[in-house]
Ligand binder design. Sequence first.
Ligand code: BDP
Length: 498
Amino acid sequence: MSTFDLTRRQLLKAAAWLPLASACGRLAFASDGSATKLAQASLVVHPDRLGRTVSDSLTGFSYETQQLENPAFFSADNHALARLFRELSPRGVLRIGGNSSDYTVWTAYRGEVPAQRTHKGGPQRPVMLKPEALHALAGFLRATGWKLVFGVNLKIGVPAMAVELAQAVRQIVGDDLIAIQIGNEANNYEADYAAFDQAWSPYAKVIRDAGIPIAGPDTGANTDWVIEYAKRHGEENIFLSRHYYKEAAPRGSIADLLAGDAGFYTEVEQAMQAADASHLPFRLTEANSYYLGGRDGVSNVFASALWGADFMLAMAQRGVAGIHFHGGTLDSIEASLGRTADASTTATDQAARRDSVTSRYSAIAGDVAFGFQPRPLYYGMQLAQSFAGAQMLNADLDTAGADLTAYVARRGHALLVALINKDAGRDVAVSLSGLRGGGKGRLMRLSAPALDSHNGVVFENGTDPAQAGRSVTVDAHGRCSVVLPRGSAALMHLDRFV
Ligand code: BDP
């Protein structure tokens, strides 16, 4: 466990704190109206126990290279998608890659390209990537302020084509390119790290010789590869990377997703040791709830918002610099898995049509024909993005046995507290202490009718007064209490903490 972990401790004597429920201005009531069934949790903030500084570019997305086959998708003219990116983060990072990047033919390349072996579990046809798609992508990046991480293929075994593509990306996208990655999840097709390193090295050499920054190893799992790669190639890289999915889609469920993934957190701490030793950021360049396209009724419902917010903040607390949620059209994801999308829909309303053409786990639904809209996960990302650039603070959390997580950070003079009640069965009253006496701020709730709701998600961070949260006041002793209904989260922003 990291020293920044919030520890579960014995239940404090909550009785003495009960009057404080009104100190935050009657924030909420238990959803069953009964105060007696509330779990009484506590959070003690320690302003002097500093944690990691959260990266400015914490928020990221990952899309298949195949998505670029339609240059109108990532284009400055795709205003609806550009707005959703921009509103989520002013400094996000888009990663292009996935299985389809290993089957991509750069159409401007004039050399020989061997016939591509397609196999079960991979795309059935190569992606034909044209220069106009890169020009459109460059426009999209300028319109959003986002940067780019771009994957070239390793599997085809043609470094000459990879370097030409990398050069074109660099020339067209310019300084908005952070790095080129070589190969997608090579742990799924190279026998071991040594075999990967041998295949990867000629690519890395020509791309670096062309003056283009690289990052990697972009492995699907295998934290040991990340550690070995950092040792061997740390100095040549801009950042280190791997991917994350909790499990395969058939094994997914809301309960499984919300239970968290302590084993992975430990792996991240190991990867972070390697990253810190090589003075490199570590990014999860592709991540989401369940691989094989996501799980319907789990990856695309409100539970994914609570999971996404918790996952991003748990990663940020451990020092991960960016989390790139994988997604895009159903067509692009199904193709990456060697399957054909069935996006036929009888829906007549626009929202349902957008949903039907989108991969299960995508945080944004829609396509160029139908337009775009946020999915529940998008709102969870928004909550976590509030921490970008802030400094994490250590705190002691007593969950009182509920599935509750909490994250605390300082930004300038302000204090941020995220409280995530992933418990499906218990409302929780959280007594906060260690705050600045008499402080004032806002409480913004993230809620939906139920954990399995596809629609009706609200994150009260808007300028619309009806969705702008409510004011909170901390008592003279620096205490305050918040009730979190089961399956909901809240972000507290206190204006003058120091
Ligand atoms: C990852 C691949 C990506 C797939 C995803 C999935 O990189 O191309 O779309 O799995 O299975 O491993 O959903």
